[in-house]
Design a protein around this ligand. Structure first.
Ligand code: FES
Ligand SMILES: [Fe+2]
Length: 430
């Protein structure tokens, strides 16, 4: 459906490319804050740029070029100092602005003429966020669930060997729900020898199935945040009160799904990170006692190796099923070979939005969801089910066998034990 040139234009993220320039107008999460406790210096790649994230001994974070400007030593081996990061080779020291503040071997130091690439970083809701774009630096958007006081937060992430766009196109694609998370889910359970845990299979035209999404009962609209997706259950219509907001895509890389903020991080043209900020609701009226500077994190395994061997044991949850599909499509989907139908109109909607917003950037304007007003950026509402329902939802569905990353989430597992006892972990938690 797209020419090879258009496909390249929509997927490339490096500096100077249209989409690379668009994506540089936004903050992206690059790590969980907790990772720096174990590794104060970490390699980071974002939008094709090789960088190093570090925390110096006074607690300041820096995001600088991976390679020292002297003779290109890898700064991943750098030594965190009271101020900045010292190159392990000849000891040049850099602060978080990329300024060279020390050259111990130079009789005539010329640090004031050395400028290493550096980018602003911020900590928020357990994540480190980076901005690689031009000045002025926009506000870091605090999407609503990042600010909630009646929830325990955590971070979950997975690295996937594919371009970010095939992942982003998935979130407006409601028609994969009943198949990938229904039929395929049941097939995974069969492969794992647990057919007793199967969901009931969805079948096209089955009027009785009330858990899955109907083939005609979904709708998409572009709003001021991105794309709003509504749907209802398969045996209901749009007139039914159950017709509800399912998801809000916050352009360009964020998706709000019930209690998750699911963020696609473009690492380079052929790699991405799927980064979830999760909010586990507490009973109504209760406040979280969690130390928000120490939000826990976990990493999710990827089920497909480079020889196409499948680890079925990973694939029994929605999140992991989505992730493996994106990666299974190859490093960059050849969209000149795809065959889209009527059910794919949301994909076209997202691509159109991407092109329009890239054009705005090319004209020197701010694209959608770039925030300049700190007050507005403090808490940005994203459409989602009503808050009163969350606690109930969590009791009934989130702690069930098909919610996203629960299998790997320490908080979800703890909740299961609190609510249902130790034995529940032997049962259906995925
Ligand atoms: S290579 Fe970094 S100081 Fe020499
Ligand atoms: Fe999915």
């Amino acid at each position: 459906m797209l020419s090879a040139e258009e496909n390249a234009r929509l997927t490339q993220v490096g500096p100077g490319t249209p989409i690379g320039e668009l994506l540089r107008r936004y903050w992206h999460p690059i790590a969980a804050v907790g990772q720096l406790d174990e590794k104060p210096v970490m390699p980071v790649k974002l939008l094709g740029e090789e960088l190093v994230l570090y925390r110096d001994r006074s607690g300041t974070l820096g995001l600088i070029d991976r390679y020292c400007p002297h003779r290109r030593a890898n700064m991943v081996l750098g030594i965190p100092e009271e101020e900045g990061l010292r190159c392990p080779y000849h000891g040049w020291r850099f602060n978080e602005t990329g300024k060279c503040v020390e050259q111990p071997a130079e009789p005539r130091p010329f640090g004031d003429r050395v400028k290493m690439t550096s980018y602003p970083v911020r900590e928020a809701c357990g994540a480190v966020w980076a901005y690689l774009g031009p000045a002025p630096v926009p506000e870091l958007p605090m999407w609503d669930l990042m600010t909630w006081e009646n929830a325990d937060h955590e971070i979950g992430f997975i690295h996937i060997p594919c371009n970010w766009l095939q992942s982003m196109e998935n979130c407006a694609d409601t028609m994969h729900f009943p198949i990938l998370h229904g039929n395929f889910h049941d097939y995974v359970l069969e492969r794992l020898g647990r057919p007793d845990l199967k969901k009931r299979l969805w079948r096209p035209g089955d009027p009785e199935e009330d858990r899955m999404i109907g083939i005609n009962e979904h709708d998409y609209e572009v709003n001021d945040r991105g794309i709003l997706i509504r749907y209802t259950q398969a045996n209901k219509t749009k007139d039914d009160p159950d017709w509800r907001i399912g998801r809000q895509v916050a352009f360009p890389t964020v998706e709000r799904a019930v209690n998750d903020l699911e963020i696609r991080v473009p690492i380079d043209d052929t790699h991405m990170m799927y980064f979830c900020v999760r909010a586990h609701w507490l009973p109504p009226g209760e406040k979280s006692k969690q130390d928000k500077t120490k939000i826990p994190y976990f990493e999710v395994p990827y089920a497909l190796d480079s020889n196409n061997n499948i680890d079925w044991s990973v694939l029994d949850g929605n999140g992991m099923q989505d992730n493996v599909i994106w990666g299974s499509m190859g490093p960059i989907v050849d969209r000149s070979k795809e065959m889209l139908g009527d059910s794919d109109r949301s994909i076209l909607l997202y691509r159109r939005l991407l092109k329009e917003q890239a054009e705005l950037v090319a004209e020197g304007k701010d694209p959608m969801n770039v925030f300049r007003d700190p007050e507005q950026a403090n808490c940005i509402y994203l459409a989602a089910p009503e808050e009163e329902d969350y606690w109930e939802f969590q009791q009934t569905q989130q702690i069930s066998r098909n919610r996203s990353f629960n299998k790997y989430s320490p908080i979800a597992r703890k909740r299961v034990v609190e609510l249902f006892g130790e034995d529940a972990l032997k049962g259906p938690i995925y």
